[in-house]
Design a binder for this molecule. Structure first.
Ligand SMILES: [Zn+2]
Length: 111
């Protein structure tokens, strides 16, 4: 399994999972069950819902779909371009808006 998307909320994750499965890519949502405990847990990648492709051969295709999904969702972030986390230095795939390792946001609000 390979993670293709880190969602803002469970609805977001399940919506994308449906889109992937409609495209013939088996996918799963992980972490949505932790959502209700989110207020009590530190905000990390482990407490965010994420979408995974079950078969890694679908990974590249899935990333294209994710990129389209993200741009349609109006996230406004350029997709496909890898970026480096300012907090931990991890390299992240372009579709992630938060560091997959530490959850640090890709863009810090100015000011
Ligand atoms: Zn990081």
């Amino acid at each position: 399994m390979k993670r293709v998307y880190l969602a803002q909320n469970p609805a977001d994750a399940h919506l994308l999972r449906g889109i992937l499965e409609n495209a013939g890519i088996p996918a799963a949502v992980h972490g949505d069950f932790l959502w209700s405990a989110r207020g009590e847990l530190p905000l990390t990648v482990d407490t965010s819902p994420s979408v995974w492709v079950l078969n890694e051969t679908h990974y590249e295709n899935a990333l294209e779909i994710v990129a389209a999904f993200v741009s349609e969702a109006g996230a406004g972030l350029p997709s496909g371009e890898a970026w480096t986390c300012k907090h931990c230095g991890e390299t992240n795939e372009g579709q992630f808006t938060e560091c997959w390792r530490c959850g640090f946001p890709r863009k810090i609000p100015e000011g």
